[in-house]
Design a binder for this molecule. Sequence first.
Ligand code: DI6
Ligand code: FE
Length: 396
Amino acid sequence: MERTWTNARLATMAGDGLGVIEDGVVVSRDGRIAYAGPRTEAPETSGDSVDCGGRWITPGLIDCHTHLVHAGDRSGEWAMRLDGASYEEIARAGGGIVSTMRATRAASEADLVAAALPRLDALLAEGVTTIEIKSGYGLTVADELKMLRAARSLEGQRRVRVKPTLLGAHALPPEYAGRADDYVALVTDEMIPAARGLADAVDAFCEGIGFTPEQTGRVLDAARRAGLPVKLHAEQLSALHGASLAASFGALSADHLEYADEADAVAMAAAGTVAVLLPGAFYFMRETKLPPVNLFRAHRVPIAIATDCNPGTSPTTSLLLMLNMAATLFRLTVTEALRGVTVHGARALGLAEEIGTIELGKACDLAVWDISEPAELVYRIGFNPLHLRVKDGECC
Ligand code: DI6
Ligand code: FE
């Protein structure tokens, strides 16, 4: 099956910049890109032809860090916080991560899918074609697997590519209070082996309020033994060198990174580990410590941007808003921001060969935009100029 998009301006993301091709044409054959380039060199094609009316085409957007699957929400907790309640009062009222854990444990797989779909639809409406989804609110073997299955099954419900990640070491469940090492053993000895075939990667929360670097190392080691690539929540609230630890395991990405330092950047560059920045969490938590973007630039660490969609610290389902926040809050350039949700997002998921640029042989995942320049995608706040989304060569 062949389909052609004509009369378009392409931001292919090939090479180092936006990879702009004026008066461009994209041809898909059986879901893969068979041609992307100037009209003057385009091959003769059969099949449908879509006139893009001079609009811009980018690769389909990639949200490479989300906690999209979860039950319940924490808007009540947020209201309490705004009314002046302390963290302790909220915890005593049953708030915090444990409240999401309880709701998620109580939910069936079908409940989780139903709750996630409106959030997924919001992302897709903005041109997202690939999304990573973490577990981490079940915190038992059965409930973590239930979350992973729910994440994977979303692929059957919508035209989207889903990469599920096991985040068993997200928080210490209350029944393990004071026995963190026992919980880590559950993750390493039972959860990770059980998640093979369901999860595409393993993640952990390396933090003062999460797991120590030593415990995190055990989780990453178990992932390696299971043949699963790793990612890590690192340096979000304190400097523990989780990013360096992740790099020593050849991690696909280290995420958050506000407290990362030059040693972390050097280690990440050497390992090819992507820096995933999450401006929504930075904004919502009113953080002030900025991630060291200049160090990532200096050491040529690829930078990706994601929503971190989660009910506690980043209740957003807008990747376009994250583009704006990455620019306003972290001072990323237009090119950096757009590469962060395309080519570098792909790399953070181990999909650099498959998606992220508009290039010959890759999956034909595209977003067609009603914009005058690519900068408009980064400039606007709360405006969605998506004209058309294309997944594996199908318009949707
Ligand atoms: N970092 C965070 O900020 C969130 N998880 C994580 O690893 C918190 C998630 C929540 O509060 O539900
Ligand atoms: Fe997260």
